[in-house]
Design a protein around this ligand. Structure first.
Ligand SMILES: Nc1ncnc2c1ncn2[C@@H]1O[C@H](COP(=O)(O)OP(=O)(O)OP(=O)(O)O)[C@@H](O)[C@H]1O
Ligand SMILES: [Mg+2]
Length: 399
């Protein structure tokens, strides 16, 4: 599925023909019009529904384009505005961003690069109409855990299956580039991996991404981690960013499984994500690390309301009460997953527990997690966390 970008272009102090010539000219780019000045731009925005506004200007300190950005941002607050300027003095940039610009690129710029800047800005913009996957970009859910072995891969794979069973189009990307084991957990042979994609050459688009994914029986697509750790370095952050933008345009949900900690890939994915799932386990060391992880995300200015907290092995009798958990983490987990002997067995057999034991408590926890992300569960702009936490194992145990 190739998503058409409908763009309006406002030109200030540059030759409109030069600007138009620099725009993408493939059928997936639709130029809605070229305007000059504030009034004409606002009128065009009111009449046509644009995905993005490009403001092409000289970027002078006294540039009138800042008024265009300001007027356009007030008219269509959710529409990303990209500044294309021939210069980028600090004073101008600050004013442009204050007025509501989402991104800037130096002009001239290659057509591919322009398309990428637009796709990225559209992917990051607050959604209009629909909570992901409905006409716009899908969610990018980054599954995180500050420490190894907390259950990130278990959560990523079972969340993916639960979403697919709910009729969603899902891609899992294994970003544990050195020791990824999504393939094992889903029983997929590593015939094609992200490494093959990285070394394939040429530019990346929807068809190409499709050529390198493996498809699970449930319909879940998977971009596997490299087969050998030494291949990990072939995957650059720039490639990853491109993959994420292109994937979100095609899938309702893109789930990124990550290695422990905040590696460069993880930070880039957090930055591009719409939601996070933080997976911790019920022991005091893990809780401390989970708290540190939440604090790190807060330092990164990540909206805490978009973080779903999953407490794994939550029924372990280790002398930690729910009260202790909330006291340490400062919030109640959204989802509790019990320890279950079936889980390691399911991992060994390469069949996620949502399929091997669909009636189990663990499986229902993953369906509860999926329900937090499916359409309708979260009104536009509302935090997904608004949904009630799953049945607490603490509460169940007391019964
Ligand atoms: N709730 C559970 N009950 C039983 N076993 C579990 C549970 N959660 C995880 N495990 C087991 O713990 C191991 C680690 O889980 P998983 O691979 O999902 O963790 P991870 O956070 O992805 O680890 P890594 O950081 O190494 O990638 C697996 O063998 C899995 O079967
Ligand atoms: Mg893992």
């Amino acid at each position: 599925m190739d998503r058409t970008i409908r763009a309006l272009v406002a030109v200030e102090g540059l030759d409109a023909f030069d600007v138009q010539r620099a725009l993408p000219d493939d059928p997936t780019f639709q130029l809605l019009g070229v305007t000059e000045g504030v009034d004409e731009t606002i009128k065009a925005l009111q009449n046509r529904e644009a995905d993005v506004l490009l403001v092409a200007c000289q970027g002078r300190e006294d540039d009138r384009s800042v008024q265009i950005i300001d007027g356009a941002h007030r008219t269509a607050p959710n529409m990303p505005i990209i500044v294309l300027s021939t210069a980028s003095p600090n004073g101008f940039l600050r004013r442009a961003f204050e007025a509501g610009a989402a991104d800037m690129a130096l002009f001239p710029q290659s057509k591919d690069q322009l398309r990428f800047v637009m796709s990225k800005a559209i992917a990051r913009a607050p959604r209009r109409g629909g909570s992901g996957g409905e006409g716009g970009e899908g969610r990018l859910i980054c599954v995180l855990g500050p420490k190894g072995g907390t259950g990130k891969t278990l959560t990523s794979t079972n969340l993916a299956v639960a979403l697919a069973l709910a009729g969603q189009k899902v891609l899992v990307i294994d970003l544990d580039l050195q020791f990824g084991d999504v393939a094992l957990c889903l029983g997929l042979p590593p015939e094609k991996t992200i490494y093959d994609l990285a070394v394939s050459g040429g530019s990346l688009d929807e068809d190409k991404l499709h050529d390198y994914v493996m498809t699970h029986d449930t319909g879940v697509d998977v971009l596997l981690a490299p087969a050998r750790p030494d291949q990990a370095s072939a995957i650059t952050i720039d490639l990853l960013r491109d993959v994420l933008v292109i994937a979100r345009a095609q899938y309702d949900h893109v789930i990124a499984d990550t290695p422990p900690g905040f590696t460069a890939e993880v930070i880039a994915t957090i930055d591009a994500s719409s939601d996070l799932v933080m997976v911790g386990t019920l022991d005091s060391l893990s809780l401390k690390n989970t708290k540190l992880g939440l604090e790190t995300l807060s330092l990164m200015d990540y909206d805490q309301e978009k973080i779903q907290l999953v407490l794994n092995r939550a029924d372990t009798r280790v002398g930690i009460s729910q009260h202790d958990v909330v006291a340490v983490l400062g919030r109640e987990p959204n989802i509790y997953i019990p320890s279950d002997r079936e889980i390691p067995r399911a991992v060994n057999e390469g069949v996620p527990v949502t399929l091997s034991r669909p009636q189990s408590y663990a499986a229902s926890s993953f369906h509860d997690l999926a329900a937090l992300f499916t359409a309708g569960a979260t009104p536009v702009g509302e935090p997904a966390v608004a949904a009630a936490p799953s049945r607490s194992l603490f509460r169940l145990r007391r019964k």
